[in-house]
Design a protein around this ligand. Structure first.
Ligand SMILES: [Zn+2]
Length: 249
């Protein structure tokens, strides 16, 4: 998908004449120098509007690439990293930028906590591990003379922040697992890293940001009309959506 209003200018560029590159002196035809990649500066690029649109492009949102990329991510998960592996890079956002944009949204709208786990869930919901957690917490409380409630609050807020910064660790861990699983194919770590970045971008952007907020809005709208759908905001809903979307991916 291209955004029409940003691409309305007709291409009047003369591709036939010989040009000398202003940066490296190479002679070439076309819009870009085939030695150093310098772009021929056109008249319109000297306008303030074009200069400012460059700023928007720097954020990669409005140059169409962001929408191309997200559309492909939704419609054909896995295709994005495949395209980049094959060298088709121009129509899409850089994979790392995508991952950071996804993280940015996830940080801004922290509704979904699948990567996080509260003190309560650590202590009572994860089987054998919970026993260790309970002992550790009791010891800590004795030692630090801090009330459980305060401890829990601090724990939850710190673990939320920590878990968000640790997503990058998950990406590398997942790449490593893929590398081991596909060792016989002998493909580059780069390929697995791309796939892992796409996988986590998909989760952060679609599940953590889009769907979670969609549900939140839905619950608010329903509440406005006197319907109580607050149960939709449960861990169960988000986990179910998360699991189904991962299966879809
Ligand atoms: Zn050049």
């Amino acid at each position: 998908m291209k955004i029409k209003f940003l691409n309305r200018r007709q291409d009047t560029f003369n591709y036939k004449i010989d040009r000398a590159c202003v940066t490296c002196g190479n002679e070439f035809k076309g819009r870009y120098c085939n030695v150093c990649g310098e772009k021929v500066m056109e008249l319109y690029e000297r306008s303030i509007l074009s200069f400012l649109s460059g700023l928007l492009n720097a954020f990669t949102f409005l140059d169409g690439k962001f929408f191309n990329t997200v559309k492909l991510l939704i419609v054909k998960p896995g295709q994005l990293s495949k395209n980049i592996q094959e060298g088709k890079r121009v129509p899409f956002m850089n994979m790392l930028s995508l991952f950071f944009v996804a993280n940015f949204f996830y940080f801004l709208f922290p509704i979904f906590d699948s990567y996080n786990s509260t003190l309560y869930s650590q202590m009572y919901q994860v089987g054998y591990h919970s026993e260790i957690a309970q002992k550790t917490v009791t010891a800590k409380l004795d030692e630090a003379t801090i009330a459980f409630k305060d401890f829990e609050e601090t724990y939850n807020s710190q673990s939320t922040n920590l878990s968000k910064s640790l997503i990058i660790v998950l990406v590398f861990a997942f790449s490593g697992i893929l590398m081991v699983m596909n060792y016989s194919k002998g493909s580059f770590f780069f390929n697995h890293l791309l796939f892992a970045l796409e996988f986590y971008s998909f989760q952060l952007l679609l599940i953590a940001f889009l769907l979670a907020n969609l549900i939140r809005v839905l619950v608010k709208v329903a509440f406005y009309f006197g319907i109580d759908w607050a149960f939709l905001l449960s861990d169960f809903t988000f986990t179910s959506i998360h699991v189904s979307l991962i299966a879809y991916f």
